[in-house]
Design a protein around this ligand. Structure first.
Ligand SMILES: C[S@@+](CC[C@H](N)C(=O)[O-])C[C@H]1O[C@@H](n2cnc3c(N)ncnc32)[C@H](O)[C@@H]1O
Length: 203
């Protein structure tokens, strides 16, 4: 997602949950169970999930500040005290996230990296899957949605490991009451593009 720098976006950097010092957020989360969305984009999904589940702590990780600015703007107008945000690549944060602290991980329409030699950059690449296992609580879940068949099929291979169980695999996921849609999902559904969905349990 490439967006030009928004002039207004700097105004939201001092928002309370958007601590410049990511270590403050991560040390707070060391003692708390939380749900994690990686690659939150403009944040429609995580904002609504946080609103719907005030007892759950959410962490949004997004590498692009320009995209995150939209989530910061929403929060500025209607703050939520259970949502934390870090503007970073997930790869730079893994060492700072404690073992067995994450209840659910959401991978919504992750970048497909279609060229074979770039597949290792996917959020579903093997090295990341191992980290997901480490940070997830026992019986924690990963919810993955994508329009991209190659990423979907590769993810199934990477999650076919002794310590994971694929509990649901769908090539044309039909929405159920309570589902929260991301910006990309809304866009794909409007174009009648089928949504692939995996639910994986850490065992
Ligand atoms: C295709 S967009 C999808 C955005 C949103 N999840 C949605 O479904 O509308 C993927 C997002 O993931 C972010 N992203 C990709 N790789 C990332 C990484 N390694 N760490 C953090 N964010 C990442 C990108 O900047 C982009 O905003």
């Amino acid at each position: 997602m490439h967006l030009r720098k928004k002039k207004w976006s700097d105004n939201f950097d001092s928002f309370p949950n958007y601590l410049k010092e990511e270590n403050d957020i991560l040390s707070f989360l060391q003692n708390n169970s939380f749900d994690l969305e990686i690659g939150s984009g403009k944040g429609d999904f995580i904002y609504q999930k946080s609103l719907d589940n005030p007892q759950t702590i959410f962490l949004a990780i997004e590498k692009s500040h320009n995209v995150l600015a939209y989530l910061l703007r929403d929060l500025y107008h209607k703050p939520l005290n259970n949502l934390y945000i870090i503007n970073s690549h997930i790869e730079d944060l893994f060492t700072k996230i404690k073992d067995n602290t994450v209840q659910n991980i959401y991978l919504n329409f992750s970048d497909p990296w279609p060229k074979k030699r770039h597949n290792k950059n996917r959020l579903t690449a093997d090295n990341k899957v191992n980290e997901y296992h480490r940070i997830l609580k026992n019986e924690g879940h990963i919810y993955l949605k994508t329009d991209n068949i190659s990423l979907f099929e590769e993810a199934q291979l990477h999650f076919t490991k002794p310590n994971f169980k694929i509990i649901s695999c769908d090539n044309d996921y039909q929405l159920v009451l309570g589902d929260v849609l991301t910006e990309y999902e809304k866009r794909f559904r409007a174009l009648n593009i089928k949504i692939n969905r995996l639910v994986i349990k850490r065992t």
